[in-house]
Design a protein around this ligand. Structure first.
Ligand code: GLN
Length: 239
């Protein structure tokens, strides 16, 4: 049994003894976002439970999404938990855990747009969050670099879509649905073009060579899937 009360002697490296430090960008609902002053969401809760079962205290560092690879490389954080897609180029700076979620990049357009598929956005002005797969792997297939606008978070890109400065935003399906709900409640209509790109697999990133930490996270994730606590967290945040 694993009650978290007597964790096995740890054989992995940590930035700070007794702590698991997770880097994220907390502008990515429902995976990470602020509720009052606290960062909550799927990643925060999954990693909180993993830390607890490993006998560690979770600390979350909120930073620019773009800074996450350099931060893990510089050993400032133990793990990246950021709805982070397993993109092979990223493995230059880190190792990945097993995947825990499957996502799909989604196109957001204004409700009155005539665009019905990704092909209709060829050569158009496309925005998204800087450094994300929505821009670095999807938008680049459709338009020139000069037509790709990078924002510090997805919400700002959606604002510029509504202002008419962008033709489309490309972002992961779960935040896309959150933005659609928020804006449609305000009467600012947007619509989604879904399943236009290949599936993506969310992973946690660990420091390169810290296989022992990746193994500990993987086995704890497997336990959480087995005992239902993983699904409970997903169901709490994803309707
Ligand atoms: N899944 C996307 C990526 O890894 C976006 C993640 C995010 O914006 N937090 O690039």
């Amino acid at each position: 049994s694993n009650t978290g009360s007597e964790p096995a002697a740890a054989n992995y490296d940590l930035v700070s003894d007794g702590k698991l430090i997770m880097g994220t960008n907390a502008q990515f609902p429902p995976f990470e976002f602020y509720e009052n002053q606290t960062i909550v969401g799927v990643d925060a809760e999954i990693m909180g439970e993993i830390a607890k079962r490993l006998g560690l205290e979770l600390e979350i560092k909120d930073m620019e999404f773009d800074s996450l690879p350099a931060s893990i490389k510089a050993k400032e954080i133990d793990v990246i938990g950021a709805g982070y897609t397993a993109d092979p180029d990223r493995e230059e700076n880190m190792d990945f855990t097993d995947s825990y979620y499957t996502a799909n990049q989604t196109i957001i357009v204004r409700a009155d747009s005539t665009a019905a598929s990704a092909d209709d956005l060829k050569g158009k002005i496309i925005g998204g969050q800087s450094g994300t797969t929505g821009l670095i792997t999807c938008a680049v297939e459709l338009t020139d670099e000069a037509n790709i606008k990078a924002y510090t978070n997805g919400a700002l890109a959606v604002e510029d879509l509504l202002n008419g400065k962008l033709d489309a935003v490309i972002i992961d399906n779960n935040p896309a649905n959150e933005y659609k709900n928020i804006h449609n409640i305000r009467g600012e209509k947007i619509k989604l073009l879904e399943n236009q790109f290949d599936e993506e697999h969310y992973v946690f990133g660990v420091q390169k060579g810290n296989k022992a930490l990746a193994d500990a996270i993987n086995s704890t994730l497997a336990e959480m899937k087995e005992d239902g606590s993983f699904q409970t967290i997903i169901d709490k945040y994803i309707k």
